[in-house]
Design a protein around this ligand. Structure first.
Ligand code: UT7
Length: 339
């Protein structure tokens, strides 16, 4: 039990918000480091030592982000014992939507048959799932919706330049989902801490295809429809922001890191995770890591990791869980959940 209850749990008109079901889906196709050695000038040794990534999943050409999202969502609904028609709201976090509009959440709504649900996307890059959890929790806490489906889904392979070794080795496709509801006599989501810095937007961006730089033959010829990243600067900012967000969330709950059973960080790079763990003075066994198998799946990353941590028995009822994320924007965030 946290020593200081979060204000949400002490205001009688607000309900507590629990995650009552989780699910994840990753495409079948595995792209290994050996496969990448045949595509760009790289090596398994470089990728493994610099990132910890050994393989990643790649969606089929006819599989869109909404397909990955719907597959993960079906599992989360089944896990929660909830029918699609009971869902009041679907929030999908993604930077690789099926198209600019309509939203991927609306396409998922149709695929699930969630006929009573409102639906919208949010875009906070790799931080998207924690941002979406926070938004969703307010709808449940305020009695606006009883059941909210939160999804993080990405088809990063559709925005990666497969000739750029600086970025193509890092990313993968997948989706994860969670069902948020009020569960009587449970704590659930205790607090969140979110932040952003648009002054560093250019560190990680996809320049073309929006209103500032509409897609054209010229933008395609210049490769502006692909993701770009300043890896070194992004790395430094990721470590600092994740540590600050985690510390802020812990302080809000009056908790210290040793009270956390499982830390679920954005799976960007093993070296980032090790640096974050060291700065937080967390033990290795507290960290949940699957970056070796999926690479960086952006908004899907912590959602897939949460599902695996639950399925692998790393999180039990009553445990304290810390999710901590960082992404383009820049954006960052942390959430503490009593499971
Ligand atoms: O999701 C949130 C956003 N993303 C991140 O958090 C990622 C943050 N950044 C990183 O993870 C790391 O910066 C990278 C893994 C991207 C790069 O690692 P690094 O240790 O910062 O390498 P570097 O960029 O300094 O590159 C070192 C060398 C360069 O060669 P030169 O200029 O020293 O000759 C690169 O060209 O490694 C070269 N290099 C590669 N070599 C083989 C870059 N990519 C590769 C590659 N294979 N795939």
């Amino acid at each position: 039990m946290p020593s200081t209850p979060h204000p949400r749990t002490t205001r009688p008109h607000l309900r507590t918000v629990s995650i009552t079901g989780v699910g994840a889906y990753v495409p079948e196709r595995i792209l290994t480091n050996a496969d990448l050695e045949r595509m760009v000038e790289t090596s398994d040794e470089w990728i493994t030592s610099r990132t910890g990534i050994r393989e990643r999943r790649i969606a089929a050409p006819d599989e869109a982000t909404s397909d990955l999202a719907a597959a993960a969502a079906r599992k989360a609904l089944a896990d929660a014992g909830v029918e699609a028609v009971q869902v009041g709201l679907i929030i999908c976090a993604t930077i690789t939507p099926d198209m600019l509009f309509p939203s991927t959440a609306c396409l998922v709504q149709q695929k699930l048959g969630a006929t009573r649900a409102a639906a919208f996307d949010i875009e906070a890059a790799c931080s998207g799932f924690v941002y979406a959890l926070d938004i969703a929790s307010h709808f449940v806490a305020s009695h606006t919706y009883d059941t909210v489906l939160v999804i993080g889904a990405e088809k990063m392979s559709s925005v990666v330049d497969w000739t750029d070794r600086n970025t193509c080795v890092l990313f993968g496709d997948g989706a994860g989902a969670a069902v948020l509801q009020n569960r009587p006599n449970a704590h659930g989501l205790l607090t969140t801490s979110l932040g952003s810095d648009g002054g560093k937007a250019s560190l990680l961006e996809l320049p073309a295809g929006g209103s500032a730089c509409p897609a054209s033959a010229d933008t395609v010829a210049r490769g502006l429809h692909y993701l770009r990243m300043d890896g070194k600067e992004t790395f430094k900012n990721a470590v600092n922001a994740m540590v600050t967000a985690a510390q802020d969330a812990l302080a809000k709950c009056g908790l210290t890191i040793d009270r956390i059973r499982c830390i679920i960080p954005h799976q960007a790079n093993q070296r980032i995770l090790s640096a974050v763990a060291e700065r937080l003075q967390a033990r290795e066994e507290q960290m949940f890591v699957n970056v070796d198998r999926y690479g960086n799946t952006s908004a899907a990353s912590v959602a897939i990791a949460l599902d695996e941590a639950v399925r692998f028995g790393r999180i039990q009822r009553g445990d304290l869980v810390l999710m901590v994320v960082f992404g383009a924007g820049l954006t960052w965030g942390a959430a503490i959940i009593e499971w």
